[in-house]
Design a protein around this ligand. Structure first.
Ligand SMILES: Cc1cc2nc3c(=O)[nH]c(=O)nc-3n(C[C@H](O)[C@H](O)[C@H](O)COP(=O)(O)OP(=O)(O)OC[C@H]3O[C@@H](n4cnc5c(N)ncnc54)[C@H](O)[C@@H]3O)c2cc1C
Ligand SMILES: NC(=O)C1=CN([C@@H]2O[C@H](COP(=O)(O)OP(=O)(O)OC[C@H]3O[C@@H](n4cnc5c(N)ncnc54)[C@H](OP(=O)(O)O)[C@@H]3O)[C@@H](O)[C@H]2O)C=CC1
Length: 490
């Protein structure tokens, strides 16, 4: 009997195991996960060709055992891989034999300064609990990073002062250009609350009680990444009685992180540094101080490092046969195979090493984790049966549906002209507080789009990107609100 082994209880690993089970009910599938809960995709809906909606649920490991007769789940940590013997040894010494192995060990937050326990990352339920506990007694926090987590947190945190430190000159740059960033900015404050310069504020939104416990976060043992709407029903509230006050520090990074005594030493050595005095002029003694590359120094209760992720490749990093990509992931080919025979990888841990379709690129998102997990399973089964299999259609077009600042956000293809250099045109339609639509055109054809708000345009745009219809004759009227473009193209 063929033995499939999957490492990881996140979306990629669980989808892979489920798909293996669906394709080969006669095979034995073992899933090893170091986290006590697995992530299951439910309510999956494919709308349009590439757009997907689904819910991610956290469930006990036993759910998979109960649901699928040929899946056995083990709450263990994979430690040693011997690809010549086809064995994997777990931390407690158990040896698993495999015919085909899929590594779905995910990623961990890339934290700017891991020496201080006041600099934290957010990944799984435990890390959110730790974050909530710290925040509950905090008056001022710093968020570093300009991507998904930072964008969500600046909107969700209440009753706390926030300093948002970003490398760029506009907010949320991982997803949005300057124009879209400007459209979203007003969502960060309530009219009348605006403060001068770049200081914005917003009112408290909600609170909800939640019993929490701490975990082994100090060891940076993160579990599966969180699911959609992870922050919606959580108490993400600080210790201030006033509403949130947000200050954005643009175009800078963290230069150093200091304890109180290091901060005192720095001030006495550098007593002429006026910038530092200005930013930390309050009489508060803060647990940590952050010096920014723009010269400012802030005291705060803790720092949230929302600065991206590092793939969890411990298992393979000492084996030079595996190829590691520039992003730190295990390189896989167009059949999700690593360089080592019979070993596949999927989800956040892998680096998509094939020649990508013109409108697709890798981003560490749960849609891609699900798609890769499912496709890896199909490839593993095809290989055992000596079948050929063609690349899954989902890798033709980058498509991401999410929510930021309470707006529906759809990103399609090269939404920020990622591969086009300077050779592209932009069409824009923007209605304040309602919708922001940006279309990327190259040689008269649509290459990408950002759609913020409820527009129902995503399916039409998806088709236009995939079919590469020449749109030159429409010119700017393509986005004219008085023209129902769906009627033209659907
Ligand atoms: C706060 C937050 C919000 C997010 N929001 C969104 C969003 O809105 N939209 C979106 O598309 N994506 C979002 N993401 C990203 C998305 O969650 C991830 O891309 C996706 O979940 C990755 O799934 P994965 O299965 O590859 O990895 P993971 O979920 O990280 O799972 C890895 C699994 O491997 C296990 N593991 C690791 N090492 C070992 C080992 N040695 N032995 C055994 N088991 C091991 C872990 O315990 C875990 O179960 C968010 C991520 C975070 C952190
Ligand atoms: N709704 C959604 O789709 C969400 C998705 N996620 C996903 O979860 C994962 C983790 O999120 P997140 O941590 O926000 O990662 P992201 O990759 O989304 O963003 C990381 C941000 O940190 C910046 N950065 C990197 N290093 C530094 C540094 N040393 N100093 C200052 N800034 C730095 C990056 O800039 P640069 O790019 O210039 O390096 C980027 O702006 C990602 O895979 C993300 O896609 C998370 C939340 C919501």
């Amino acid at each position: 009997m063929v033995k499939f082994l999957v490492i990881g209880g996140g979306i990629a690993g669980v989808t892979c195991a489920e798909q293996l089970s669906a394709l080969r009910s006669d095979c034995q599938i073992s899933l090893i996960s170091s986290s006590p809960l697995i992530k299951a995709v439910t309510n999956f809906q494919q709308y349009a060709r590439s757009l997907e909606k689904f819910t991610v649920e956290e469930r006990p490991l036993s759910t998979l055992n109960n649901q699928y007769s040929n899946i056995a789940v083990f709450h263990k940590t994979a430690k040693n891989l011997d690809s010549s013997k086809h064995t994997l040894t777990t931390e407690d010494g158990e040896i698993f034999q495999y015919d085909k192995l899929c590594i779905c060990s995910g990623a961990s937050p890339k934290i700017i300064d891991s020496k201080s326990d006041r600099v934290i990352g957010i990944r799984d339920t435990e890390s959110v609990t730790h974050f909530q506990n710290l925040l509950a007694n905090s008056k001022r926090v710093m968020i570093v990073g300009n991507g998904g987590i930072a964008t969500e947190l600046v909107h969700e945190i209440t009753n706390c002062r926030i300093i948002w430190t970003i490398k760029d000159d506009s907010i949320s740059s991982t997803f949005f250009d300057v124009g879209a960033g400007q459209f979203l900015l007003p969502k960060l404050f309530t009219p009348g609350d605006e403060e001068p310069d770049n200081t914005l504020s917003k009112r408290m939104k909600f609170t909800l009680d939640d019993d929490t416990s701490d975990s082994d976060l100090a060891k940076n043992n993160f579990g599966s990444a969180l699911g959609p709407d992870w922050s919606r029903n959580l108490k993400i509230s600080g210790g201030l009685s006033e509403s949130q006050v947000l200050q954005v520090e643009y175009n800078c990074e963290v230069a150093s992180i200091l304890s109180y005594s290091e901060y005192r030493n720095l001030l006495s050595l550098d007593s002429n540094n006026t910038d530092e005095k200005v930013s930390s002029s309050s009489s508060n003694v803060w647990p940590i101080y952050v010096k920014l590359t723009n010269g400012k120094l802030y005291g705060c209760d803790f720092v949230i490092s929302a600065t991206g992720v590092t793939p969890n490749i411990d298992l393979v990093k000492n084996d030079p046969t595996f190829q590691i990509g520039k992003d730190g992931g295990i390189v896989v080919d167009d059949h999700m195979k690593t360089r080592v025979a019979n070993i596949y990888a999927a989800g956040d841990v892998c680096c998509a090493g094939w020649d990508h379709a013109p409108h697709w690129f890798q981003m560490r998102l749960w849609t891609q984790a699900r798609q890769m997990g499912s496709y890896a399973a199909k490839c593993m089964v095809a290989d055992t049966e000596n079948d050929s299999i063609s690349m899954d259609f989902c890798f033709e077009l980058f498509a991401h549906v999410t929510k930021f600042f309470d707006y529906k956000v759809v990103l399609l293809g090269q939404y920020n002209a990622q591969k086009l250099g300077k050779d592209y045109e932009i069409l824009l339609r923007c209605t304040k507080d309602m919708e922001f639509i940006k279309v990327i055109l190259h040689k008269g054809r649509m290459y990408g789009a950002i759609i913020i708000g409820e527009t129902d345009l995503e399916e039409t745009f998806e088709n236009l990107i995939l079919n590469q219809m020449d749109l030159s004759r429409f010119g700017e009227s393509l986005l004219d609100p008085s023209i129902d473009i769906e009627d033209y193209f659907d």
